[in-house]
Design a protein around this ligand. Sequence first.
Ligand SMILES: Nc1ncnc2c1ncn2[C@@H]1O[C@H](COP(=O)(O)OP(=O)(O)O)[C@@H](O)[C@H]1O
Ligand SMILES: [Mg+2]
Length: 159
Amino acid sequence: MMSQTPARDYLLADEAATLAAGQALARALTAPAVVWLYGDLGAGKTTLVRGLLRGLGHTGAVKSPTYAIVESYDLGAQHVHHFDLYRFADPDEWLDAGLSDLFRPDSLCLIEWPLQGGGHVPAADVALTLSHHGEGRHLRLEAASTRGAHCLSDFHLDL
Ligand SMILES: Nc1ncnc2c1ncn2[C@@H]1O[C@H](COP(=O)(O)OP(=O)(O)O)[C@@H](O)[C@H]1O
Ligand SMILES: [Mg+2]
């Protein structure tokens, strides 16, 4: 079944490397895709999404969705939805906000703190984990679906 694809591990020495990882992911992902981003506060999740959005051609600001819960970007044919569920007091806030409506065939959905949504959050295609490693960060990418495995086979990061 899943996890035939081994996890991919990278050391990201600085913020620029995290942005480069996001840009590389932008080249590998095609909608529809769901990415779960794990990692503590400050691990670099929003930074990686910023790199991904730049990789897709977004030139404006990328705000952390911590307060808004979701920030959406229309980038040509693709719609990117960047979620941050950190502030959820209850997983049912997912339902109250109607967030499932954003998961469409032309959507790339990137979710920080996915477990805060309980069972409501659509399953991941790719799970990404960032953690502190010295002054930099460690990045692990894992396929969580067949689609995700296809995407990761196209993922190439030269640091
Ligand atoms: N590879 C890295 N090495 C060092 N600092 C990094 C790296 N990647 C990101 N950062 C820094 O980590 C800080 C927190 O990043 P952020 O993306 O907001 O984290 P999160 O969304 O996980 O809470 C930012 O100041 C960012 O510049
Ligand atoms: Mg964040």
